[in-house]
Design a protein around this ligand. Structure first.
Ligand SMILES: [Fe+2]
Ligand SMILES: [Fe+2]
Length: 239
């Protein structure tokens, strides 16, 4: 298992581990590190990837300096190794939305998590992240994204999931590949609120989209989000 590291925006590092056996052309699992006075990791990776991912993160900064552990929702690829990270970083704390903390993380996390209200920010010192609740988008009640304001980067989790082992950062279309992956995996919830939830993310005018599965995107990210919202509306109608 080999985890690769790339800086996709100023001080935002992407760690990617490619698994060839998933899907028609393989699948990536990505974590993101926001380097700041209070460093934040977004996605922990599953437990069995912890040795490889933590080694890669440790080449960017000492693991024990991590202050925040965050992720999109409660599934093993998002947060399976959270307690391994908490053990490696004694000052680190999990930060998630109120629903996730109440329903799962108060119990699952080895140390008490911080509960964030919708729109609440954490000043990391040099970077600043805004928590946004996105219930059931793309899936799970406690789903959320984090928006890093200084680089205008959406840490958008499973949104735009696509297969393959593309470049760390692309300017090419990511909505087409995301549509194809959704047809394949059927991983998303389509509700009457889904389109509006995604359109709200576009109003922040992001510059970069940091995806958990697939290439990160740089370019007209608002348009990509609006196109994805339309795709959700279409899937809902079809369903
Ligand atoms: Fe997920
Ligand atoms: Fe995921």
């Amino acid at each position: 298992m080999d985890t690769q590291t790339h800086e996709i925006a100023d001080g935002i590092f992407r760690f990617t581990t490619f698994v060839a056996e998933i899907g028609p052309d393989g699948f990536t699992f990505n974590q993101f590190l926001v380097r700041a006075e209070q460093p934040l990791l977004f996605h922990t990776g599953p437990r069995h990837m912890f040795p490889s991912i933590s080694r890669a993160v440790g080449r960017v900064l000492p693991l024990e300096s991590l202050r925040w552990i965050a992720f999109g929702h409660v599934e093993s690829d998002e947060c399976g190794s959270m307690n391994q990270w908490l053990a490696a970083a004694p000052r680190a704390q999990i930060a998630h939305g109120a629903v996730g903390v109440m329903v799962s993380l108060n119990d699952l996390a080895d140390r008490p998590p911080r509960s964030l209200g919708d729109g609440e920010t954490i000043d990391l010192g040099g970077k600043r992240v805004r928590h946004l609740d996105t219930p059931h988008v793309p899936h799970c009640w406690e789903a959320r994204v984090l928006f890093e304001e200084t680089t205008r980067t959406h840490l958008c989790g499973d949104l735009f999931t696509h297969t393959g082992n593309g470049p760390p950062l692309t300017r090419r279309d990511i909505v087409g590949p995301a549509r194809a992956a959704e047809e394949l995996f059927r991983a998303s919830c389509y509700t009457p609120a889904s389109g509006a939830t995604i359109r709200r993310l576009a109003t922040l005018e992001p510059r970069t989209l940091a995806l958990m599965h697939g290439s990160s995107f740089e370019g007209n990210a608002s348009t990509a989000l609006l196109d994805l919202a339309d795709a959700y509306d279409g899937w809902l109608e079809k369903a």
